[in-house]
Each structure stands twice: as structure tokens, then as C-alpha cells.
Design a binder for this molecule. Structure first.
Ligand SMILES: Nc1ncnc2c1ncn2[C@@H]1O[C@H](COP(=O)(O)OP(=O)(O)OP(=O)(O)O)[C@@H](O)[C@H]1O
Ligand SMILES: [Mg+2]
Length: 413
């Protein structure tokens, strides 16, 4: 059997586009992308499935394209999840080491379970339990405690939870498109795997993925995630503002944004003018480009970065961010977005592209595909990690939901 018969596939279910990205499972560094398919996303609002039928259709189109390009059937995917319902919190677990005072797999499993024993409402599911560091007796900062001697094992973890319904709907849409879901992955965590360097994660960095419907954040320190959140604003709000502010159809607003959009008015030559089509077949108008930027785009972009700044303050991790901020996602392509972000956040800012990939570079090498590529990286590294959902067995969302949804879909047909 060739590697092409069992590709690993990331399915980014975004607000504006759904895309499938495929790589060979033994693809190392650089990651060899062998398939890609994309479809306009119509059943998603602010990162959440609101129309099953339309979402299934978009998934089918993206996956079919990806199959054609890679020349191999796709049976399972790693699916991304985002939306304002995502919540992250830090927790702590402690257990007594069982056998011979030597830490075993079983002790690690038990301590992670103990850290998970926090009050989680019944309408929420645990998406990820991300160990930050272990403490063996009084020795803290331990990354891998296996085989160490000790009596007491503790762990600090970051727990990400999501709305059970939203996660169920993602699995349901994939199953209805004849796909198994091998894992559900928090989108900013996926994006971070594609665009951040290990040094940045160690030194402390904020990843900000500004998509169409949401702005996803993940803060890293000491190599681990310490804070996650999803803000319900994104590039679509900019497009809406332009449509309303300039009385122009949405499609024209999107075009104006792409052709003339700049995040800061100080970057615009003052005498430039643009043609603005009117709604209802009325005559188009000529207006100053500066007005589009200073009255509409810059205030909304400022608002997004001010929300990011408040979220950094709320996390209490501002002091750990030594390597600054990386912005990614489609809206990070707006010229001047990095400069405006640096101005407001008071950190050095760079735009993150999915680095270290070969194959289909011209299609994939854009911040818009940070999540798709990141899902592959997550699947390739975490599939074999001790703390992957596979290791944590029955306690994971994808095991519980996948089983339940498969039964449900079998019942429907
Ligand atoms: N060159 C550009 N300048 C400004 N905005 C851009 C540019 N290219 C794409 N965008 C915007 O990026 C957004 C889409 O980004 P992306 O593909 O990352 O979102 P998504 O993953 O579909 O949505 P989300 O992650 O919010 O669910 C759209 O709002 C689009 O207008
Ligand atoms: Mg996205």
C-alpha cells in the first residue's frame, strides 16, 4: 500500500472557507503537502455551524477537490473547532505515586485525570488537556516525569472546553460527508503549530489568528499553552462596516477591502480616490480613499486589537510575552495590520505564514491556511505523543462524540 492510500488530512472549518489539506503520514520536515481543496463556507457563522446541510456540501466539495489533487480517497480528517463558546482555564492535579516510588504511565494518566476533575457544566465538553509542567515531590518544571523517583506527582494543565453542541455538529457534518473524525483540534492551537517557532513558544508569544468571523488567541510560555480564547470579531465585520458605511453591496465592500484596504490611515497618500458602487443600481460615487481607511477600516481594526489587548491583560500573562505577537489568518494580510497591532499591543508584531512546507506552496503559503497546515502538524506530532487524546483514551471528546455520532448517522440511513 502506498502512502497515498492513507493520507493525513486537516479540515479547516472556517467562517469564510472550508479547506482540506493533505500530507503523507510519514511526511517529516518540511511537511510535504500532496492535496488541497477549498469551498466557500456558507453554513458557518462566527466559527460555529449554523446550517448542517450547507456545511456538509462545502465539506464534500473541499474534500472531493483534495482527493482529486492527491489522487487518493479521503476517509478521515482532523477537524478544527473555534467559536466564542471556547473557554480555557488552568488547573492543577496531584496524586501519590503508586509502585516503587517510580513514576509510571499510569501515574501520569491519573494525575492528568485529577487535574481534569474541575466543575464542567453538562453542556460543555473537554476539548484538550494540555500539560504545562509536572512537579515530582518538590522538583518543579519537569517536562517528562516518567521513570523519575518520587512520592508525590503534580501537574499544571491548561484545559480547553467547548460547547458540546458545537462539537457534535462538526462531527455530524463530517460523518454526513462520509468522513470519520480522528480528532477535533482547537484552531488557534493548530495555527500556532504552523506559524510559531519553538523559540517563540519557549520565550513567550501571543498567536492571534484573525479570520473572517473570529479572532482566535493562544498565549504560550515555557513551550506550553497558558491561555486560549476566541473573540467573536474578524474580517467579515470590516466588510460589513464598509458595506454599511459606504452604502455599497457586500461583494463590492469585500472587493474594496482587498483592493484598497490599509489598516492605518497614516499609510495612505492623501489625494488617492476610489470608485464606490452604490446599492440598487444607483450611480457609483468617487470618494477619498483616506475616508474609507480613517472612518471605517482603521477604527474597526483598532477595536479588534484593543479587544486582543484586553484579553492579554485578562489572562494575567502579559509579563511572559518576551517574543511578542504573531498575527495570522486572512485578515493579517491587510497592509499595515502588523504596524497597527504593534502600536496598540505594545509588542513587536510579525505576520505568520505556514512555514517549512513543500508541495503546493503557491496555494498553501498564506496566513489563510495556517490552520489547515497546523492541523496536519498537530496530527503528525500528537498522534504519537503521550498526552494525545489516544493516550487519554475514553476521556476525550473525539472518542465519546465520534462513537455517538457514528451510531446516530447509522440510525439515520
Ligand atoms: N489581502 C487581504 N486584505 C484584507 N483582508 C483579507 C485579505 N485576504 C483575506 N482577507 C480577509 O480574511 C478573512 C478570511 O480569513 P480566513 O480564511 O483566515 O478566515 P476563516 O478561517 O474562513 O474564518 P474564521 O477563522 O474566522 O472562522 C476574510 O474576512 C477576508 O476578507
Ligand atoms: Mg480560520
Amino acid at each position: 500500500m502506498s502512502n497515498r492510500d492513507h493520507l493525513i488530512v486537516g479540515l479547516d472549518i472556517g467562517t469564510t472557507k472550508i479547506c482540506a489539506v493533505a500530507a503523507e503520514p510519514d511526511s517529516g520536515d518540511p511537511l510535504n503537502i500532496v492535496g488541497f481543496g477549498t469551498a466557500t463556507s456558507e453554513g458557518i457563522r462566527k466559527g460555529v455551524v449554523v446550517n448542517i446541510e450547507k456545511t456538509v456540501r462545502s465539506i464534500q466539495k473541499a474534500v472531493r477537490e483534495c482527493e482529486l489533487m492527491s489522487g487518493s480517497p479521503i476517509k478521515s480528517v482532523l477537524a478544527g473547532i473555534a467559536g466564542h463558546h471556547i473557554m480555557g482555564r488552568n488547573s492543577h492535579g496531584m496524586v501519590t505515586v503508586h509502585n516503587n516510588r517510580t513514576v509510571t504511565d499510569d501515574d501520569v494518566r491519573r494525575v492528568i485525570e485529577a487535574a481534569q476533575a474541575v466543575n464542567i457544566p453538562s453542556d460543555r465538553e473537554v476539548l484538550h488537556i494540555l500539560p504545562q509542567d509536572f512537579i515530582v515531590d518538590d522538583q518543579d518544571g519537569v517536562q517528562n516525569p516518567l521513570g523519575m523517583s518520587g512520592i508525590r506527582l503534580e501537574v499544571n494543565v491548561h484545559i480547553v472546553t467547548c460547547s458540546a453542541t458545537s462539537a457534535h455538529n462538526i462531527v455530524k457534518c463530517c460523518n454526513l460527508a462520509n468522513l470519520d473524525v480522528t480528532d477535533i483540534v482547537l484552531e488557534p492551537m493548530a495555527s500556532s503549530q504552523a506559524v510559531l517557532s519553538q523559540d517563540e513558544r519557549e520565550l513567550g508569544v501571543v498567536l492571534v489568528d484573525i479570520g473572517g468571523g473570529t479572532t482566535d488567541m493562544a498565549i504560550f510560555s515555557g513551550g506550553s499553552i497558558v491561555h486560549t480564547s476566541v473573540l467573536a470579531v474578524g474580517g467579515n465585520h470590516l466588510t460589513n462596516d464598509i458595506a454599511i458605511g459606504l452604502s455599497t453591496p457586500l461583494a463590492e465592500a469585500e472587493r474594496l477591502k482587498h483592493e484598497h484596504g490599509v489598516a492605518m490611515s497614516k499609510l495612505v497618500e492623501s489625494e488617492e480616490t476610489i470608485q464606490v458602487p452604490s446599492v440598487g443600481g444607483r450611480k457609483s460615487r468617487t470618494m477619498d480613499k483616506l475616508r474609507l481607511i480613517s472612518d471605517v477600516i482603521e477604527p474597526r481594526f483598532r477595536e479588534i486589537f484593543e479587544m486582543v489587548s484586553r484579553e492579554i491583560d485578562k489572562s494575567n500573562f502579559r509579563h511572559v510575552i518576551a517574543s511578542g505577537v504573531v498575527i495570522t489568518g486572512g485578515s493579517s494580510l491587510m497592509p499595515g495590520a502588523d504596524e497597527l497591532a504593534a502600536d496598540i499591543l505594545q509588542f513587536p508584531v510579525r505576520v505568520g505564514f505556514p512555514e517549512n512546507i513543500t508541495g503546493l506552496n503557491e496555494l498553501i503559503y498564506t496566513p489563510m491556511h495556517a490552520t489547515g497546515v497546523g492541523l496536519l502538524r498537530y496530527g503528525l506530532t500528537n498522534g504519537s505523543s503521550r498526552y494525545s487524546p489516544l493516550f487519554l483514551g475514553e476521556h476525550t471528546i473525539f472518542n465519546r462524540i465520534s462513537r455517538k455520532m457514528r451510531e446516530l448517522v447509522q440510525d439515520i440511513f
